[in-house]
Write a protein that binds this ligand. Structure first.
Ligand code: FES
Length: 99
């Protein structure tokens, strides 16, 4: 994927955290949410299961589920409510769909 959707005001701030999203390495600032970090690196966080359109979150406060992701244990999480951590391995689709 090209370009990012979000452009942080402090774009030059250190991004010491690293995690994986759909196989891509994503860097994050301390206290970034996973969704903010993903959208600072690429234009979407998934694909709509009904029409194939891009998903990029909507409410950014845990209500809409448009930022749903899955961790490597198969747990569903909301990217806008999950703080980025080193070593996370996340996917935009459940493992049974992605594999
Ligand atoms: S963007 Fe709405 S729940 Fe995360």
């Amino acid at each position: 994927m090209a370009d990012s959707l979000l452009h942080p005001i402090d774009a030059d701030a250190p991004r010491p955290l690293r995690f994986e999203f759909d196989g891509a390495e994503i860097t994050a600032r301390l206290d970034d949410t996973v969704l903010a970090a993903v959208l600072a690196a690429q234009p979407q966080c998934g694909v709509n299961e009904f029409d194939g359109g891009a998903r990029a979150g909507f409410c950014l406060m845990g209500s809409c589920q448009e930022c749903t992701m899955w961790d490597d244990q198969g747990r569903r999480l909301r990217g806008c409510m999950t703080v980025a951590r080193d070593g996370l391995r996340l996917r935009s689709r459940p493992y049974e769909e992605a594999d």
